[in-house]
Design a protein around this ligand. Structure first.
Ligand SMILES: N[C@@H](CCC(=O)N[C@@H](CS)C(=O)NCC(=O)O)C(=O)O
Length: 210
């Protein structure tokens, strides 16, 4: 039996980062993907009434909040950085990417076509370039040419970068080409795509609506 069960909807949004961390570490996990009807039946079992929720199958302990879950699993599986300072640098990339993911999720769930177009315009005018210019410099400084975001090894910071870019494309907010002007970021994204254990998973993922 897998130690952990990750419960979310049939989509990527706030759960895919943790899925990527499990895959990066080669750690088996139960990937429970609910439809809305099944969710309504168990909503009261989530401490916050929301998903994602991580359940330890051995202790039945639950954890909520997507970034807390991702950080916890990354620490457990050795993908969080090598010392306290490196961990903080990794977290700062993750939080930066999570802010951008928030913008993308907002666009995804915007039903009004005019407001959606306006949000996408603002995303390209401000959020995307400001974030990526900062991050590209950051990776140049702390990745030190390793091809990873921080230090000499893969951490969940790299997975956050990939995941946010992937969700930007999935949401129709931007394209992979938008990353080409940020060389350090582009290198990380290509590297994740080409790493065999990810390539298999990325190709086998079911199509997702969000
Ligand atoms: N800050 C929380 C947000 C959780 C959240 O808003 N989850 C949404 C899906 S992305 C949800 O559970 N919606 C269903 C509901 O509230 O009933 C996190 O990052 O986990």
């Amino acid at each position: 039996m897998a130690k952990y069960r990750l419960v979310y909807f049939r989509g990527r949004a706030r759960a895919e980062l943790t899925r990527l961390i499990f895959h990066a570490a080669g750690e088996e996990f139960e990937d429970v993907q609910l439809d809305d009807q099944s969710w309504q039946q168990i909503k009261t079992t989530s401490p916050t009434g929301s998903l994602p929720m991580l359940i330890n199958n051995e202790t039945n302990e639950q954890l909520v909040q997507s970034m807390s879950i991702a950080r916890y699993i990354a620490r457990e599986l050795g993908l969080a950085g090598s010392d306290a300072y490196e961990m903080a640098l990794v977290d700062s990339v993750a939080d930066t990417m999570n802010d951008l993911l928030g913008d993308i999720v907002e666009v995804t769930f915007e039903d009004d076509a005019r407001r959606k177009k306006e949000r996408i315009r603002r995303f390209h005018e401000r959020a995307l370039p400001e974030t990526m210019e900062f991050l590209d410099r950051f990776v140049g400084r702390y990745g030190k040419g390793s091809g990873y975001a921080v230090g000499q090894n893969l951490t969940y910071a790299d997975l956050c970068i990939y995941n946010t870019a992937d969700q930007m494309v999935l949401a129709g907010v931007g394209g992979w080409k938008d990353l080409e002007r940020y060389p350090n970021i582009h290198t990380i994204v290509r590297r994740i795509e080409e790493t065999p254990r990810f390539a298999g998973y990325l190709k086998s993922r079911p199509p997702a609506a969000f």
